[in-house]
Structures are given as C-alpha cells and as structure tokens.
Design a protein around this ligand. Structure first.
Ligand code: NFE
Ligand code: MG
Length: 582
C-alpha cells in the first residue's frame, strides 16, 4: 500500500454531516486527520433583533437530538443577563428534564448509533438462542431473556438478511475481523437494540409531562411553563391542559423506575460484557488529553457553583490531581478561531473572539462539488475552533466523569473504580475510545440514580404548599436595563454547552452558541493544533483502509452532532457512505 487519503463522507449513524479525511502511511497508520462539518444553517443570525424571551424557541431548533439543551442554555443566558432568579421547583423540574435527556440520549446513542461498530448483526444468525439466554441471565435479571425471545429476534434478522434488505442494519462492515463478540453476545445486543427502541418511546413521556411535547419541550424565561395543580388528584383532569397534576407526576415516577431498570439491567451489564472483548480499545483513540466541564444540576441556584452535582473545571494533560477554573465571562479564556473554517472575522482569520464579541460571517472558500478532497491546509469546515486559554479541550461524558473523579465524588469514583477493576484496566485506560464509551454508560447510571431525589424533593415542596414554578418579577421588559449581557450554560449529553446573549433596548443584539460538538469536532486552530477528533484519530492503525471501521469507532465514541456544532445545509440530497481512496 502507498500513502493514502481515506475519505469517510458522510460519517453515518450520527446527527448531521461530518466528513473525515485521514491521511495514512503505507501501513494504514493515520498520520493526520481532518474533521470537516459540511453543513451550514445560521440560527445565530436568525436570532438577532428578536425578543430575548422567545430566543429559546428558535435556539432549541439547533438540534432535535439533544432536544431541550439549547432551550435550557437560552433561558439561562437571558436569566443571567437580567439577574432573574427562578423558583426552586423550576430548578428541580429542569434537573429532571436534563437528566431524562441524558438517560434517553445515551441509551439511544449506544444501541442505535454506536453498537453496530462493536456488534456484528449478521454473526447473530449463528447464535444458539438457548445459550444466548444463559448468557443474558448470567449478566442480569432482565425479564426479556428467554430462549424464545432470542429465537424470535434471530428469526427477524434472518428474514431481513434473506430478503436482501437489511434495512436499519444495512451498510455495516459485517464480517470485518475487528468484530470480536461471540455470536450469542451479538444476538443479545441486537435484541437489546430492538428493546431500547420500545423503551425510549415510553420514557420520553417525562418531557411531555413537564414541557408539553418532545422533541422540543417548552420553556420559559423565569421558570418552567407548567403550573402544578393539586386539585385534580382524583380525576386526572386538570383545569388547564398544561398543568401538571398528581396523575402526571405518577407517570414521571414510573418513567424514573423504567429508566433505572433499563440502565441497571441492560445498558450497564451490556457495556461491561462487550468492553471485555475490546480492551485493546483502551489504548486507542486517546485524543487531546485536556477535558472541560461547565457543570450542571444546581441545588442552590445557578449562581452557586458549589451546589452543582457535576463540577465545573478543566483537567490539563490528563493530570487528575488538579482542576483549573473556568470563567465563561473572562474574555481571555474562551475564544473561537476561524483560521481553518469557512468564516471571516473583521480582525482577520488569525484572531480569536470571545463569544460576546463573536462574529458569524460566512465565507466559503472550499472546492466546488463534486470534489475529491478538501484543502485541509487552508479552510475546511463550517465548524469554528473553540479554545480554552488557547488549548483544545474535549467535552462530554468522559470529561464529566473525570471531573467528578478528580473532585472526589464518592459515587462516581465507586462506579469508575469498580468498572476498571472488573475490566482489569488502569485509570489511564479511561483516556481512550473505550473510556469514552464506558464513561457515557457510567454517567448514565450516576445521573439516573439522582432522579428519584429531585422527584421526592419536588413532591415534598408541593406537599408543603409550594406550587410556584414561575417568577414573574422581570418578565416585563420595562424592568430591564437598556443594555445587558449574559451567559447560559448546561452540560448537554455531548458536553459543555453555552449560549452568550447581548441585549440592547429589549432586543437581542448578538447571540453566540458554542456547542459540545464544536469543541470536539472543530478543525485545527490558528496555531495548527488539532481538534479533539483529529487528535484522537491520529496514530490509529487501520486493518483495511477500504473499510474504515476504526475511524467510525473513535468518532462515534464522541457521539457527534454536526447540526449542533455548525448550527448554521447545502441543498444536496442524502448520500450513502462513500469511501474514496487516493
Ligand atoms: Ni445535536 Fe448537542 C448535545 C448540543 S451536540 S446533539 O448533547 O448542544 O454538540
Ligand atoms: Mg456558534
């Protein structure tokens, strides 16, 4: 083999349009990788001149996968600008909604977007359903583990394969030597893929109770838009259709139980079992080694960082003995660069801008389609390159679990240590593709365990007579200063997310969103430093450059969302996976 540029475009089983160009040496080792977002929409431009109280409804349309998170970041940004506190019940309901999003999103990401990198669907046909049932029952007491259930699933797959239409299972590299699971484990995982589809349809109800619908539940600046009604307890009827009553709260309680059950009985045991076959991926896809969180799940208001369940900070160079502080308002800390992006800045392409001064000026200088390669030495992405104090940082579940671990959080340390010991891996194994997959699962367990506490607190408040969910104090724009600026942040499933808003005379003057997948998937910066995907792909040995499964494994371990990352489509139709070799 000669040196090649392997192009994977689009990367499938993600949200949005992502292209990876990986330059390899003669052995198939990746020597340089370039991550390109190839889709642009302009939500930040659409927001200018609007009433900041309605920004959430537009901003939330940045993405329907991490639905909710842009609504949360937006109302928090406006509340921050207006020094607008929300009632304790609103904080509890937001925590429950954000947590539900983690559990829903992480389970779906594993089974529906990522599992097929590790699970060979076609191999499941060779499994013995009886042995599969024994395997499943040795891992947990999940109810759907009978030989008959697995035989049914196997027949379903057989039908798909025999019809020649694998449908949702099309386009896998089935039979690739990097698939290591025995047929029984493959069959079990495919069965759980299908079970997770049915499960997610039920648990999404939590958002519909508190926010009216999903995707895109409703929010309001100053609280949450659901009134709590205790009158309708006996009938289930409510005076106003949007009120939450005891019947609705009982459904929320049931959803929390179902989430807990699926995570404990299916998701966590599956990941532990599957990870045992892929321990070599604990030394692959290491990445940039810097990790950042903004923190979330407040218990004493958004301004009391000490009351956050997930702490804020940066870990530099994998040093878990020290956490750096992050200040989202400090102009010298968070900056976005466009040196390799299809944007211009008024001060030139080498400049970095803090989001309060952020500019969104499109300037496409790439090749006209159809093209073979991007000019990766010039501009090559619609993503900007955000940096913290000039450093590329990874955000997401691994960053959060590391921050919890480094800050001494007892439950998360227990989860991480017991997992490492079960897999017989050192702590360094966390800084890897497998580490990202495992951290997402452990985080789900950590968060789902918190949900009952918030729920109980909400019920206790209601029983004590506190029904307040909205604070009207600063709703009227006549109470606002003529100029104000604020930042709203959240830990979205894919990582640290913030929106910065500048308000002038009651209207939005500037609005900038810096999003988890922008942090992770962004291109090289003005100093030529790789983004986290690029760094994680560099040094990866590919078995077969025509079947870039290794690239998919590492990129999927970050859970990309390019709609979020660019928030700015070309008018080309959907394209199937294409691998071009030079
Ligand atoms: Ni569209 Fe998103 C999340 C945000 S990703 S999925 O989680 O914000 O970057
Ligand atoms: Mg932006």
């Amino acid at each position: 083999m000669a040196n090649q540029t392997v192009v994977v475009d689009p990367i499938t089983r993600i949200e949005g349009h992502l292209r990876i160009e990986a330059e390899t040496d003669a052995s198939g080792l990746i020597t340089r990788a370039s991550s390109a977002g190839t889709m642009v929409r302009g939500i930040e431009i659409i927001l200018r001149g609007r009433d900041p109280r309605e920004a959430w409804a537009f901003a939330q349309r940045i993405c329907g996968v991490c639905t909710l998170v842009h609504g949360i970041a937006s109302v928090r940004a406006v509340e921050n600008a207006l020094a607008y506190p929300i009632p304790p019940n609103a904080e509890l309901i937001r925590n429950l909604m954000i947590a539900a999003q983690y559990v829903h999103d992480h389970v779906m990401h594993f089974y529906h977007l990522q599992a097929l990198d590790w699970v060979d669907v076609v191999s499941a046909l060779k499994a013995d359903p009886r042995k599969t049932s024994e395997l499943a029952q040795s891992l947990s007491n999940y109810a759907l583990s009978s030989p008959g259930h697995f035989a049914d699933v196997q027949n379903k797959i057989k039908g798909l394969v025999e019809s020649g239409q694998l449908g949702i299972f099309a386009n896998g590299y089935w039979g690739h030597p990097a698939y290591k699971l025995p047929p029984e484990a493959n069959l079990m995982a495919v069965a759980h893929y299908l079970d997770a589809l049915a499960w997610q349809r039920e648990v999404v109800k939590l958002h519909t109770i508190f926010g009216g619908k999903n995707p895109h539940p409703n929010f309001v600046v100053g609280g949450v838009p659901c009134a709590i009604s205790v009158d309708a307890e006996s009938t289930g009827a409510t005076a106003g259709a949007t009120a939450v009553n005891m019947v609705g709260l009982a459904i929320v309680s049931n959803v929390i139980d179902r989430m807990l059950q699926f995570v404990d009985q299916v998701y966590v045991p599956d990941i532990l079992a599957i990870a045992g076959f892929y321990k070599d991926w604990a030394t692959r896809g290491e990445g940039i080694g810097n990790f950042m969180t903004y923190g979330d799940f407040p218990s004493k208001g958004i301004n009391d960082l000490g009351g956050f369940l997930i702490p804020r900070g940066v870990i530099v160079d994998r040093d878990l003995s020290h956490i750096e502080e992050v200040d989202l308002n400090a102009e010298d800390q968070i900056k976005e660069y466009v040196a390799h992006s299809w944007y211009d800045y008024s001060g030139g392409k080498q400049e970095g801008l803090h989001p309060y001064n952020g500019e969104t000026v499109l300037n496409y200088t790439g090749p006209q389609p159809p093209y073979e390669h991007l000019d990766v030495d010039a501009s090559y992405s619609w993503l900007k390159s955000p940096r913290w104090r000039g450093k590329a940082v990874e955000v997401g579940p691994l960053a959060r679990m590391l921050m919890l671990y480094a800050s001494g959080n007892h439950e998360s340390r227990g989860l991480v240590d017991s997992t490492l010991s079960k897999l017989d891996l050192p702590v360094q194994g966390l800084f890897s593709t497998l580490g990202r997959v495992a951290a997402r699962t452990l985080e789900t367990k950590f968060i789902v365990d918190q949900m009952r506490g918030w729920y109980n607190q909400l019920i206790a408040n209601i029983k004590a007579g506190d029904l307040s969910t909205f604070n009207a104090a600063h709703w009227d724009p006549s109470t606002w200063p003529s100029t104000a600026k604020g930042v709203g942040f959240t830990e979205a499933p894919r990582g640290a997310l913030a929106h910065w808003v500048v308000i002038k005379n009651g209207l939005i003057d500037n609005y900038q969103a810096v999003v988890p997948s922008t942090w992770n998937a962004g291109p090289r910066d003005a100093a030529g430093q790789d983004g986290p995907y690029e760094a994680a792909l560099k040094g990866t040995q590919m078995a077969d450059t025509q079947q870039p499964l290794e690239i998919l494994r590492t990129v999927h371990s970050f859970d990309p969302c390019i709609a979020c990352a660019v928030h700015l489509v070309d008018d080309e139709g959907e394209e199937m996976l294409q691998v071009k070799i030079r």
